[in-house]
Design a binder for this molecule. Structure first.
Ligand code: COI
Length: 320
């Protein structure tokens, strides 16, 4: 939660900020499209150094060397977190420290320098406050905050980039799926796989996302909301959907695929596990077969962008 004191300190130091309470957009029809906001945060560091102090600037394009590590070899990570406006006008962030830790773990896997937890959280706060007029009214959505860590130094041979950029931008969003809050129709794709053991499926590498576009495009073309992926060895165990983790409910037991390096360790996933245990459910993190998923009492998905979404149908091998 950002205090009024922190907000006013920032206001005093940055006279360029715009102060109207709300931007002039249709708050009742927010989807998950990009809305250009006012400011973004940038910090840089060279290999083996710590990140310099970052700064806010006007939102805009980024200049990159054509030989940047991220462009040539996909050396990049992203995060997603949200800021909400409370009924009392206060601004709340959803566990940004967890995103910071996840970025550090991902950076280690991708041989990148990463910002400290404190710098990450501070950057998210600064971006949220600077773009406050884009935080939707209570109940209308949230400000989706997208931290990026990318190899921006030029590199021709395959090796870590000599420079990294930590960048944070934001956009107001509503529901992720065009279905709104209606139940999702998911398609199980047994041809494409999202990740394999030993790969980078467990971290939020940008390289995990383009490869699922083909499966998503095909499924969306047939009217499905998203794709569920199976493990690449047995082609039998459920991994996750393109944009979210999966849970099934059977009686008083909630199960979700265990994170074994091929499944993203979702922060909403973690929160739901904790809350479900607190309210008396038994929660199991284990291998979940597709047959078991098809026979569940209930299925739901979780993610920062998706929040918690109920599943109305699953189509697998012509079975629904
Ligand atoms: C998120 O939930 O924040 C994600 O990064 C998923 C993405 C496909 C929008």
């Amino acid at each position: 939660c950002l205090t009024a004191q922190a907000a006013s300190a920032l206001r005093d130091s940055e006279p360029m900020f715009r102060y109207e309470e709300y931007a002039d957009i249709d708050w009742n029809n927010l989807g998950f499209g990009l809305t250009r906001t006012d400011y973004m945060y940038t910090a840089k560091c060279t290999q083996n150094e710590t990140f310099q102090q970052g700064r806010l600037s006007d939102y805009g394009n980024v200049e990159l060397s054509p030989a940047a590590g991220v462009l040539n070899y996909g050396q990049g990570l992203f995060e997603g977190t949200k800021a909400f406006r409370g009924e009392d006008g206060r601004i709340f962030l959803f566990r940004p420290d967890q995103n910071a830790i996840r970025m550090q773990i991902g950076a280690e896997r991708m041989c990148m320098q990463s910002p400290s937890v404190q710098q990450f959280v501070d950057a998210v706060k600064q971006t949220a406050i600077a773009n406050k007029r884009w935080i939707p009214p209570p109940g209308k959505g949230s400000l989706y905050i997208r931290p990026l860590l990318i190899g921006t130094g030029p590199i021709l041979g395959l090796s870590p980039s000599p420079e990294y950029t930590f960048l944070v931008y934001a956009s107001p969003v509503g529901n992720y799926f065009k279905e709104g809050v209606a139940p999702l129709n998911l398609y199980v794709d047994d041809q494409f796989h999202r990740a394999t053991r030993g790969g980078a499926g467990g971290v939020k590498s940008i390289t995990n996302y383009a490869p699922v576009l083909k499966a998503i495009s095909r499924a969306k073309g047939e009217g499905f909301s998203d794709v569920i992926y199976l493990d690449s060895v047995h082609k039998k165990y459920v991994e996750e959907a393109s944009s979210c983790n999966i849970f099934l409910v059977k009686g008083n037991v909630i199960s979700t695929p265990a994170t074994v390096g091929t499944i993203l360790e979702g922060i909403t996933r973690k929160s739901i596990i904790d809350i479900a245990r607190d309210i008396g459910y038994k929660v199991e993190e284990r291998s979940v077969s597709i047959d078991e998923l098809m026979e569940a009492d209930e299925v739901f998905t979780t993610g920062t962008a998706v929040s918690v979404a109920t599943v109305g149908s699953i189509t697998y091998n012509g079975r629904r």
